[in-house]
Design a protein around this ligand. Structure first.
Ligand SMILES: [Zn+2]
Length: 315
């Protein structure tokens, strides 16, 4: 998260009397008897804040109708819902820091009063026990956990990651998986191409399916895996695009698709297929694959890193 956003969060924390933790950017603490955590659910939209409380009403969790009625009544709040043992409200986006602080205070007051009035009790987010809990970062996300759950989650993660590291990458399996995945991507290029579109969607599908396929059958996705996937994506994107043209040629000249596929370069040379639009189309498809592939790779790497982050916010 950038510095300016973090500074604003630190201010928000002091305005609401809560604590601020700079590494995660989370605002946390006891508010009106409830342990609240305030954070952006999506880092790309840092000013859409979510406030969550690990609380439960024994026997009857928050209903959809209650959530709707509550958010209708309180203007700064977009939604309120319960996920497992976590009740959360989401605030509308507000760029003005003053207004955001006022909205957050108003929302926290309304939220915690509602929880009180409706018999919600503080609890652990994972096991639901009413043992004392602490705000933690577990597997990269902010959670309100009892000591046992924190330790268990951390141990499970350590076991999983050491198993993952021991696991050997099966490159042959990975290549097979990537090829199967890339076929889906190529099919998408052809299908959308036939409908007359060159869309970012087919690039995203090509990138996600190829890498997912490699990961599934290869056991894990290493740097070598990413390079292999990139080569497969390059080839399959080219093939998909050429097949798209071949289908149009086959329809126009009433030949079979294999003949049409082989004759594409000849048709370009003879200027029956316009070379400029053929190459422009190919470049566009490649750009879209890049648009799909880069965030996929970055997110995969980020998530792998995130999974191993565990610490207690208050210490
Ligand atoms: Zn617990």
């Amino acid at each position: 998260m950038n510095k300016k956003v973090l500074q604003n969060y630190a201010q928000l924390a002091s305005r609401t009397g809560l604590r601020f933790e700079a590494q995660s950017g989370a605002i946390f603490g006891l508010y009106n008897g409830y342990k609240v955590l305030v954070y952006p659910e999506n880092e790309n939209y840092p000013y859409i804040l979510t406030a969550s409380v690990s609380a439960n009403r024994p026997g009857s969790p928050l209903s959809k109708a209650e959530g709707k009625a509550f958010s209708k009544e309180h203007k700064p709040i977009n939604s309120m819902r319960q996920d497992g043992y976590r009740v959360k409200i989401t605030l509308g986006q507000m760029a003005n820091q003053e207004k955001l602080a006022a909205n957050l205070t108003e929302s926290l007051n309304a939220f915690t009063s509602f929880l009180h009035a409706n018999g919600f009790q503080n609890c652990c987010e994972t096991c639901g026990s009413t043992n004392p809990t602490e705000a933690c970062v577990a597997g990269g996300s902010c959670m309100q956990l009892c000591y046992n759950c924190f330790v268990n989650l951390q141990q499970n993660q350590a076991v999983n990651s050491s198993e993952k590291q021991k696991k050997k990458e099966n490159i042959v399996g990975g290549i097979v998986g990537a090829l199967i995945g890339s076929l889906l991507g190529a099919a998408c290029i052809v299908l959308l191409g036939q409908l007359g579109y060159v869309a970012a969607l087919s690039g995203v599908i090509m990138a996600v399916c190829t890498m997912k396929g490699y990961d599934l059958l290869g056991g894990k996705l290493s740097t070598i895996g990413v390079i292999i996937c990139a080569v497969i994506m390059l080839v399959m994107t080219y093939t998909g695009n050429r097949l798209d043209w071949a289908i149009s040629v086959a329809q126009g000249f009433e030949v079979d698709i294999a003949t049409a596929f082989r004759s594409v370069p000849l048709l370009i040379e003879e200027e029956i297929i316009d070379a400029a639009s053929y190459w422009a189309n190919l470049v566009m498809v490649y750009v879209f694959v890049l648009i799909g592939a880069i965030p996929t790779v970055v997110n995969t790497m980020k998530n792998q890193k995130k999974e191993s982050i565990f610490y207690r916010l208050g210490v």
